[in-house]
Write a protein that binds this ligand. Structure first.
Ligand code: PMP
Length: 360
């Protein structure tokens, strides 16, 4: 029986996509092999990777002045890869901190001899807010400014894209990519781990503006050098073929549902339903400021935290899995990425109402 999987990642994937992959698992495109067994240099796979890239470009509106790269090492790898590719030792690099992932990116960058500078830090709100629009000021001459549009653990999401002038804007879009339209032209680099809205784990998608391709340090590992990877169509070495294939299928699924506008509509409704239930209940609460609430990751707490374990266990029995909050936040967290249907959110709310009725 399929469950509604509320995991923050690896996360639920569309059932239609899994069924398609299952149907062609043993014989992909009449090769007599699974896609996972086919050479990455074969004409079939080269076409498959090109199709995935083309669809991503079309769906996200990525202009011709950007490269799209498939890089191994997940989003955490990019915490190191961004400073290696965009900065020299001694450069100032700016960070906006709205939670734990941005803080990890900041700490990783510091290993690379840069002057990592925090230009905004929402710590005083215990990371339940985003900086006011217009308040983020990059350091003049900074190599780039890094921020995390959606903090997966705290459930904190920016409602706007910061203006950074000439300073390239770098975004860790891991937990919100493809969830709604975004103006890619405002960014220098966008990166995202794939295991939330883009399929299985195993890689990061990196979208990098052409004028930033000449800055890599000479000692950047080849497989992490943006220019080298771009010149080799992300196949300098063997890429994560199955992840690229499944991403293509997911993009087809997104495309058939109205692209990013379609996802926005779907995700806004899901998030509004869940937040308005939580806000109307005296039993559950969400600590995040209203203008900074994530559409993808919704933490909720109960006054009596001793009930958490029971909630999570009984929810799992009811087919609503992986609702335990991150250990640092406590409570529960429902991750409602693109693949989570409205029916999953409705079932969660029904369960929450019943749990409240029994325990309030
Ligand atoms: N950034 C964000 C916003 C994340 O949510 C995560 C993983 N949950 C990471 C980075 C780390 O990604 P990965 O595990 O793909 O390296």
């Amino acid at each position: 029986m399929r469950v509604f999987n509320f995991s923050a990642g690896p996360a639920m994937m569309p059932q239609e996509v899994l069924e398609q992959a299952q149907a062609e698992l043993l014989d992909w495109q009449n090769t007599g092999m699974s896609v996972a067994e086919v050479s990455h240099r074969s004409k079939e796979f080269v076409a498959c990777a090109a199709h995935t890239e083309e669809l991503l470009r079309q769906i996200m509106g990525i202009g011709p002045d950007f490269k799209v790269l498939f890089i191994q090492g997940g989003a955490f790898g990019q915490f190191a890869d961004v400073p290696l590719n965009l900065s020299k030792p001694g450069d100032v690099v700016d960070f906006v901190l709205t939670g734990q992932w941005g803080t990890k990116a900041f700490k990783e960058a510091k290993k690379f001899g840069v002057q990592a500078t925090v230009v905004a830090d929402e710590k005083s709100s215990n990371y339940t807010t985003t900086p006011a629009q217009g308040s983020i000021r990059p350091t003049p001459g900074s190599a780039y400014l890094h921020y995390t549009p959606n903090e997966t653990i705290g459930g904190v999401e920016f409602g706007y894209v910061p203006e950074t002038g000439d300073v390239p804007l770098v975004a860790d879009l891991s937990s919100t990519i493809l969830s709604r339209p975004i103006d890619v032209s405002k960014f220098g680099v966008i990166y995202a781990g794939t295991q939330k809205n883009m399929g299985p784990a195993g890689m990061a998608v990196v979208i990098v503006r052409d004028d930033l391709l000449d800055r890599a340090r000479p000692d950047t590992p080849s497989i992490w050098n943006y220019r080298l990877m771009a010149e080799n169509n992300s196949m300098l070495n063997t890429p994560p073929t199955f992840s690229i294939y499944l991403l293509g299928k997911i993009l087809e699924w997104v495309d058939a549902r109205g692209g990013l506008e379609g996802m926005e509509e779907r995700n806004r409704t899901k998030a509004e339903t869940l937040y308005s239930f939580v806000d109307s209940s005296g039993f559950y609460s969400n600590p995040v400021a209203h203008d900074s609430r994530s559409w993808m990751n919704v933490p909720f707490l109960m006054a009596n935290s001793e009930l958490n374990k029971q909630f999570v266990a009984e929810a799992a029995e009811a087919g609503l899995t992986n609702l335990a909050g991150h250990r640092s936040v406590g409570g529960m967290r429902a991750s409602i990425y693109n693949a989570m249907p409205q029916a999953g959110v409705d079932a969660l709310i029904d369960f929450m109402k019943e749990f409240e009725r029994v325990h309030a």
